[in-house]
Design a protein around this ligand. Structure first.
Ligand SMILES: CSC[C@@H](O)[C@@H](O)C(=O)COP(=O)(O)O
Ligand SMILES: [Zn+2]
Length: 205
């Protein structure tokens, strides 16, 4: 059976659903966050800049090439488009990428240079992990308004460590990805859950 490529309406629906869920959880306040999905080997669907991610409609997405250039529209793509381009260029198996601004990822990334996650059952949702008895270190990058420079730093890290399960930009937010939008969403949910556990366990100390 040959697989057909996902369509713009299908991918938009998946990204709209992720936005509604993330907003309900408080992970995409105001216009924070951005989402994308791979449409083809050379193209992606990505949120336009400045949209509220809990209230997305199909009109809030545009098609861009993997250099970040919008195709057939004069709308401005997400300010952080180059971070999505980096992921799709890095690994052709990546089909969806999601970015959140949660309280937990913001606070932990202001304190640590990497976020250590150990012993959680939900680690098994991250690539290549088969047991709770594992340790994952989520890298934290210094925030930078020069997104091309930030994308280059992320790329260098991922070339060095291809098992990177996601990353956090300090004081800013999480990027996670997967083969599909659904898989990217599960990974965001798993990582945000474990970040929340880490944050709360610090309050218990
Ligand atoms: C305006 S605050 C958030 C932005 O600076 C950015 O970090 C963000 O996540 C959303 O930007 P956007 O251009 O809407 O994709
Ligand atoms: Zn952001």
């Amino acid at each position: 059976m040959t697989e057909t490529a996902p369509t713009v309406p299908e991918l938009s629906r998946a990204l709209i659903g992720a936005g509604q869920l993330f907003h309900a959880r408080g992970w995409v306040p105001a216009t924070g966050g951005n989402f994308s999905a791979r449409l083809s080997p050379e193209r992606m669907l990505i949120t336009a800049s400045g949209c509220h991610k809990g209230e997305l409609t199909e009109a809030d997405f545009l098609v861009a090439d993997l250099e970040g250039q919008p195709i057939g529209t004069c709308r401005k793509a997400s300010y952080e488009t180059l971070l999505h381009c980096q992921l799709y260029q890095h690994d052709p198996a990546i089909g969806g990428a999601l970015h959140t601004h949660s309280v937990a990822n913001t606070l932990l990334s202001r304190r640590y240079e990497r976020i250590r996650l150990a012993g959680y059952e939900l680690l098994k949702l991250l690539p290549g992990i088969k047991t709770h008895d594992a340790v994952v270190e989520v890298p934290v990058f210094e925030n930078d308004q020069d997104i091309a420079r930030l994308a280059a730093r992320v790329d260098a890290h991922m070339k060095q460590d291809p098992a990177t399960p996601g990353y956090v930009i300090a004081g800013h937010g999480l990027y996670a990805w997967g083969a599909t939008v659904a898989e990217a969403r599960w990974r965001v949910e798993a990582l945000e859950f474990m970040f929340e556990c880490e944050l709360r366990s610090q309050l218990l100390k």
